[in-house]
Design a protein around this ligand. Structure first.
Ligand SMILES: Cc1cc2nc3c(=O)[nH]c(=O)nc-3n(C[C@H](O)[C@H](O)[C@H](O)COP(=O)(O)OP(=O)(O)OC[C@H]3O[C@@H](n4cnc5c(N)ncnc54)[C@H](O)[C@@H]3O)c2cc1C
Length: 414
C-alpha cells in the first residue's frame, strides 16, 4: 500500500495524479472466512481493522449491502465527545476519544479530527441540575469538563442571544470534544483493513444466516453463501431485521434522524454547541457549512429522507439563539435510520446463537464511539468473551434490569 505523505503526493503530481493506487480492492467473496462482519459502516470497518491489527485475524470479510459509509456513518453530524453520566458509558466513550486522538496517524489517513470543544447549553433549572450532576460525574471519571457562566459562553460564541425565549443560564464544556470528517473514517479504516488482507465486499446484501444446532455457520447473501466461523453484525438501523433473520428479537426501535447543512460561510463558529432543551445543535464544517441537527422523528420508520416539519422544528430555535443565521440558506437535508434502545445505551453482545455477535443500539450518538466500539467488539469476537468495557452493554441487561440510562447525556435526540 502506498504510504500517503508529501513524497507520494509529489511523486504522483509528476504523473498528473493518474497513477494513485486504489484505496482498497473489490475482491470476490471467498467460500469461508474466520470472521464475517455484516455492515460496512464505521463500526463494522473499525471492528475488522482491530481484528486484523491487534488480534492477528486477517481472514476477515466486511459485507456491505450498499457502499461503504452509506449508512449513518456518512449521514451524521460528526460530533465526538465523552461527557456521559454513568461509569460504564464514560469508560466506553472516553476509550473512543483517546483512539480518535491518534487515528489519523494510525491509519495514515487524515480523518480531520478537530478537538474544538463542545458546549452543552442549559436553558432552565432542570438543565442546570442535569449538567451539574453529569459534570461532576464526568469529572470523577477523570474526563475533562468545565462549567461556564453565561458570560463565558458569550466569550466563546459572541453572537449568541443569551436573553431570548431560551435564556442561557450556563453550560458544560468538554474541550476534548469536537468533530471529524465522517466518510474519511470509513475510507481510512477500509484502506487500512485492505492493506492487512481483509476483503471488503460492497453491493452484497446479507439475506439470512445458516444456523446449525444453535451455532452460526454461514451468511446467505445476494452473492451466495459465505461460510464463517464467527459473525459480527454491525448494521445500525437494520439490526432488529438482522436479529429476526437469526431467530431472536433485539430490543430496538428504528427512528429516522435528520440533519441539514447550510451554504458555506466564512469561519464564524469554532466550537460545537448543543442544546438539549430546544432540540438543536450546530457546528461549522471545514468547508464552511453550518452543520445542524435536532431530535429524532417521533415515529418509527426505515425512511432516510428529510421532512419539512423537522426543518421548522430545528430552524426556529436556531434563529432564536443565533439571530445572525436568520438569512442563511439551507443547502441540503437528509435522514438516517437510528437504532434506539430503551436506556439510550448501545448493545455490544453475544446472542442466543453461538458465535453470532451483535453491535448496535447506538441510536443518535454512535459516530463518536466508532473506534472504541470497533476495538472492544474485535477483542470480544477474537476471544469469544466480552471485553471488560463492552461487558455491561450486553443484551442481558434488558432481562436483569441493569440498564445504563443515558437519556439525558444522549441529549437532544430524546
Ligand atoms: C442525522 C444523524 C446525525 C447523527 N449525528 C451524530 C453525531 O453528531 N455524533 C454521533 O456520535 N453520532 C451521530 N449519529 C449516529 C451515528 O451516525 C451512528 O450511531 C453511527 O454512524 C453508526 O455507525 P455504524 O457503522 O454502526 O452504522 P452505519 O454507518 O449505518 O453502517 C451500517 C451498515 O450496515 C449496512 N447493512 C444493513 N443491512 C445490511 C445487510 N442486510 N447486509 C449487508 N449490509 C447491511 C448498511 O448499508 C450500512 O452501511 C447521527 C445519526 C444520524 C442519522
Amino acid at each position: 500500500m502506498t504510504k500517503y505523505s508529501i513524497f507520494s503526493l509529489v511523486r504522483n503530481a509528476l504523473s498528473y495524479h493518474e497513477n494513485w493506487q486504489k484505496a482498497w480492492r473489490s475482491p470476490d467473496p471467498k467460500p469461508e472466512y474466520d470472521v464475517v462482519i455484516v455492515g460496512g459502516g464505521g463500526h463494522g470497518l473499525a471492528t475488522a481493522y482491530y481484528l486484523a491489527k491487534e488480534c492477528g485475524i486477517t481472514n476477515v470479510a466486511v459485507i456491505e449491502k450498499g457502499w461503504l459509509g452509506g449508512g449513518n456513518t456518512g449521514r451524521n453530524t460528526t460530533i465526538v465527545r465523552s461527557n456521559y453520566l454513568w461509569d460504564e458509558s464514560a469508560a466506553l466513550y472516553d476509550h473512543s476519544v483517546k483512539l480518535w486522538e491518534t487515528m489519523s496517524q494510525d491509519l495514515n489517513y487524515n480523518v480531520m479530527f478537530s478537538q474544538r470543544g463542545l458546549l452543552h447549553l442549559a436553558h432552565n433549572v432542570h438543565d442546570m441540575q442535569e449538567i451539574g450532576r453529569r459534570g461532576h460525574a464526568i469529572y470523577l471519571n477523570g474526563i475533562d469538563s468545565e462549567f461556564l457562566s453565561p458570560n463565558q459562553v458569550k466569550e466563546l460564541v459572541p453572537f449568541i442571544n443569551l436573553e431570548c425565549r431560551y435564556p442561557v443560564m450556563g453550560a458544560l464544556l468538554q474541550r476534548r470534544g469536537g468533530t471529524a470528517r465522517h466518510d474519511a473514517v470509513a475510507w481510512g479504516y477500509a484502506r487500512a483493513c485492505d492493506a492487512m488482507g481483509v476483503d471488503i465486499i460492497q453491493n452484497c446484501e446479507v439475506t439470512g444466516f445458516e444456523i446449525d444446532q444453535g451455532t452460526v455457520k454461514a451468511v446467505e447473501t445476494s452473492r451466495g453463501r459465505i461460510g464463517a466461523k464467527k459473525v459480527g453484525v454491525v448494521t445500525a438501523g437494520h439490526s432488529s431485521v438482522m436479529a429476526e433473520m437469526a431467530g431472536f428479537r433485539m430490543p430496538l426501535e428504528s427512528f429516522p434522524l435528520q440533519a441539514f447543512v447550510s451554504e458555506p460561510l466564512k469561519p464564524v463558529i469554532d466550537v460545537v454547541v448543543m442544546s438539549n432543551a430546544i432540540h438543536a445543535y450546530i457546528s461549522q464544517s471545514d468547508k464552511g457549512e453550518l452543520v445542524i441537527g435536532g431530535s429524532g422523528d417521533p415515529y418509527v420508520s426505515y425512511s432516510q429522507r428529510g421532512s419539512f416539519d423537522q426543518i421548522e422544528h430545528v430552524a426556529g430555535p436556531v434563529v432564536e439563539l443565533y439571530p445572525i443565521f436568520s438569512r442563511v440558506r439551507m443547502m441540503r437535508q437528509w435522514g438516517g435510520i437510528t437504532d434506539v434502545t430503551v436506556d439510550r445505551s448501545p448493545i455490544i453482545t453475544k446472542t442466543p446463537v453461538e458465535n453470532l455477535y451483535f453491535n448496535c443500539g447506538w441510536g443518535t450518538g454512535g459516530f463518536k464511539a466508532t473506534p472504541g466500539s470497533g476495538h472492544v467488539f474485535a477483542h470480544s469476537i477474537a476471544k469469544s468473551e466480552m471485553h471488560d468495557i463492552a461487558a455491561p452493554f450486553s443484551m442481558d441487561r434488558f432481562y436483569t434490569g441493569a440498564l445504563i440510562d443515558e437519556a439525558a447525556a444522549a441529549a437532544v435526540a430524546h
